[in-house]
Design a protein around this ligand. Structure first.
Ligand SMILES: Cc1cc2nc3c(=O)[nH]c(=O)nc-3n(C[C@H](O)[C@H](O)[C@H](O)COP(=O)(O)O)c2cc1C
Length: 442
């Protein structure tokens, strides 16, 4: 192989979530600008490609209460990223924005503005949103069915892309009628980079047709390789080359000088993330009933779950008929492992393959494997501590990756360049719906 495959990092300031430790003395505010600035500037010191914000327009609920697992707090992404553009110079600024409740012309203009003021550092992480309460915030109310969410998303993104390409847009579609004359010039990276997060077959095809980077949930090496193969095939089907779409899975790093120190840190992190209250709240999602009288230091409930008709988008974890079966298997698993509720939930709620735990050198070696096999193009890192959670990555892991030749030594330019992306003009026209994809005869 002529040149080494390079990994890029993004940092995901998660907002509402259940894995950020916020009770610890070491934690800062989840909402103060200073936290965002501290994290973004540290990431920039470590040559991270992207600072990434998710979107949650409503707190999650379960059994009529706000979800007790969640850390609350999430200022508007574009406002926050515009402020961060002024205190950073190179790092990409990625805003997760849904296609279900926005309007194409409005969102296109706001993202193009971010791209201009940041000199070619903006990106849009396209999501359709599977949180059913969000719809209740909006005039339209309601909620689109899964398959409709993606046909709607595709028309939305095509329209945004045409707006970004410049020139008057006259769009007549199933969901939108838009007549638009551009108001802004293109940025130095031509248009904002497009990310996608969503894992269904429709979501993956949509990503292969429309986006530059996938923020995936496939982190374990074999899982990442399988996902890579799947996306490569879908890219080819969409008239693109394999590897045209970059893949950056979400990952957590618990690292230290020695394997022993890292293992101890890992124990501490899990203890902080899942205490008695969070363990019960987690289990309630699956049991479909309040568990406040259950002892979190005891075994899993011996009574059966309440079978719920509501879906995962409404906070119910188990689906319909499988509820009783799954509860029985969980009880058996916890019993076999001698686990109480807290221990069981700690084991379940954090998939080990999502976390890179070990000494700096061990983890650098593991990442070198990912680079060698071209399994991913980088990782979108979720720090478990805000705002200091990536300090050890920047100070100790990044230099080790650079020594191995699998991490950049400097910024290349715009976000597109930093991610190693180029614009393929034919594909741009396909993605705007202006040029049909020719299927190769096999
Ligand atoms: C890694 C990852 C991160 C996501 N982040 C968000 C987010 O911040 N906000 C949001 O509304 N949806 C987010 N989503 C959910 C997507 O919006 C999508 O609606 C959901 O996964 C359903 O689509 P699917 O069936 O294709 O997976 C995320 C999904 C994945 C896989």
């Amino acid at each position: 192989m002529s040149t080494q495959h390079q990994l890029r990092f993004g940092v995901f300031f998660q907002g509402v979530n259940s894995s950020t430790i916020w009770r610890s003395e070491a934690s800062g505010s989840q909402t103060d600008f200073s936290s965002f600035r501290r994290l973004a500037q540290t990431a920039e010191r470590g040559l991270f490609s992207a600072f990434f914000l998710g979107e949650g327009l409503r707190l999650r609920e379960h059994l009529g209460r706000i979800h007790e697992l969640d850390v609350a707090g999430r200022p508007d992404a574009q406002t926050m990223l515009a402020a961060l553009a002024a205190v950073t110079s190179n790092i990409g600024l990625v805003a997760t924005q849904n296609t279900t409740y926005n309007d194409p012309a409005d969102l296109a203009r706001r993202l193009a503005s971010l791209d201009l003021i940041s000199q070619g550092r903006a990106a849009w992480n396209v999501v359709t949103t599977h949180n059913a309460w969000t719809g209740e915030n909006f005039r339209r109310g309601g909620y689109l069915e899964h398959s409709q969410r993606y046909t709607h998303a595709e028309e939305f993104v095509q329209t945004v892309r045409r707006i970004w390409a410049g020139g008057p847009v006259h769009h007549r579609g199933e969901h939108y009628t838009v007549d638009y004359t551009g108001t802004l010039p293109a940025s130095t990276q031509q248009r904002p980079v497009l990310f996608q997060a969503g894992d269904s077959a429709e979501g993956r095809d949509f990503a292969a047709r429309q986006t530059d980077v996938i923020f995936s949930a496939h982190v374990g090496l074999q899982d990442a390789l399988d996902f890579r193969q799947d996306i490569n095939q879908r890219s080819v089907n969409a008239g693109r080359s394999p590897y045209a779409v970059k893949i950056m899975p979400s990952a957590e790093f618990i690292i230290d000088q020695t394997p022993e120190a890292a293992a101890e840190k890992h124990r501490w992190v899990r203890e902080q993330q899942i205490g008695p209250q969070q363990a019960l709240a987690y289990l309630e999602q699956f049991w479909g009933t309040r568990l406040e009288d259950v002892d979190p230091y005891g075994p899993l409930p011996d009574f059966d779950p309440v079978v719920q008709r509501s879906s995962v988008t409404r906070g119910s974890g188990f689906q319909g008929a499988k509820t009783l079966e799954l509860a029985a298997s969980w009880r058996a698993e916890a019993r076999a492992k001698g686990q109480n509720i807290i221990q069981f939930v700690r084991g379940r709620s954090h998939r080990p393959e999502h976390t890179f735990t070990g000494s700096y050198d061990q983890v650098a070696e593991r990442l070198a494997d990912y680079a060698r096999q071209r399994a991913v193009d980088g990782f979108n890192i979720s720090p478990w501590l805000i705002p200091t959670g990536i300090d050890d990555i920047v100070n100790h892991l990044v230099p080790r990756l650079q020594e191995r030749g699998i991490y950049p030594q400097s910024y290349a330019g715009t976000l597109r360049e930093n991610l190693g992306l180029t614009i393929d003009h034919d594909h741009e026209l396909h993605a705007q719906g202006l040029l049909p994809v020719e299927q190769e005869a096999s």
